[in-house]
Design a protein around this ligand. Structure first.
Ligand SMILES: C[S@@+](CC[C@H](N)C(=O)[O-])C[C@H]1O[C@@H](n2cnc3c(N)ncnc32)[C@H](O)[C@@H]1O
Length: 253
């Protein structure tokens, strides 16, 4: 079991154990597909979930960071060699992301800086805090090894469901939560929630889906097996961390 190398809004750091425990018996699937990959907390939480593993996200910058970490870890580390935790460098990185002419590795390094140094991983505001960047950058090698056999995709979820569906597939899906979609760069609208429900209704494989607990989602998935779990609210920014209910929805017992 390892940690992801980044944090991400809605990341499943605190719930990953419970999620993996809710997976079907290991013998019943031989491909594991993380459809809304984000930081990949669930993916990284096991040495290997299945013979074939797929990580997907629609965010191209994030997928570029995953690909560079997988294929060019040392070049990425070199690009990050002179990283400082400084406001100036943070805003330089942010500005450079908007220009043309960077290589994939240069882009990945800048995106990594925005993730590591922004407030609550919002990628926009610089967060002043002591961080051990050296050990973070060293960790990229271990992550690269873990990704060695993982297929990395950059598609809309519907495409991934079609491409990888098979009776012995397990899809783990962690879409932007209903009514929190605005936190993400990739727009996810009400019709996408409906589209997801429709696509999931047609697959032959197994799925486990995470959502926030709300009436709309409960209704949308009525008829499926719904497990309630509790978590702390890591989106609240105050001192107080209220407990939130989350749903794990599945099409297997
Ligand atoms: C809640 S986050 C996933 C967090 C992840 N489970 C983790 O532990 O870090 C949702 C992700 O879905 C991605 N996304 C948004 N729209 C998508 C789409 N149509 N298809 C695939 N991924 C999408 C976002 O870029 C975001 O990274």
């Amino acid at each position: 079991m390892m940690n992801s190398f980044i944090s991400w809004i809605g990341g499943k750091k605190l719930l990953r154990k419970k999620i993996v425990e809710t997976f079907p018996q290991k013998e019943t699937f031989n491909r594991y597909i993380e459809v809304f990959g984000g930081a990949g907390w669930v993916l990284f939480s096991a040495e290997r979930h299945a013979k074939m593993e797929v990580y997907n996200d629609m965010n191209g910058e994030l997928v570029n960071l995953f690909r560079c970490t997988k294929y060019h870890p040392e070049a990425l580390q070199r690009e990050l060699e002179f990283i400082l935790v400084s406001r100036e460098q943070f805003f330089d990185a942010k500005g450079q992301m908007e220009t043309r002419g960077l290589t994939d590795i240069q882009r990945a390094a800048r995106f990594y800086i925005l993730i590591k140094e922004s407030f609550g991983t919002d990628l926009h505001s610089f967060a002043v805090r002591a961080k051990n960047m050296e050990s973070a950058v060293n960790y990229i090698l271990a992550v690269s090894k873990r990704l060695n056999t993982v297929v990395i995709e950059n598609q809309d979820f519907a495409r991934i469901l079609k491409t990888y569906d098979k009776k012995d597939a397990l899809f783990y899906l962690d879409p932007p939560y209903y009514k929190t979609e605005r936190y993400y760069q990739c727009k996810f609208m009400k019709e996408d929630h409906v589209r997801l429900r429709e696509e999931l209704g047609t697959i032959n494989g197994k799925f486990l889906l995470s959502y926030n607990d709300c009436e709309y989602i409960r209704e949308l998935y009525s008829g499926y097996d719904i497990v309630e779990v509790e978590r702390m609210n890591n989106m609240s920014q105050g001192e107080e961390k209220p407990r939130y209910k989350e749903l794990l929805i599945k099409n297997y017992i």
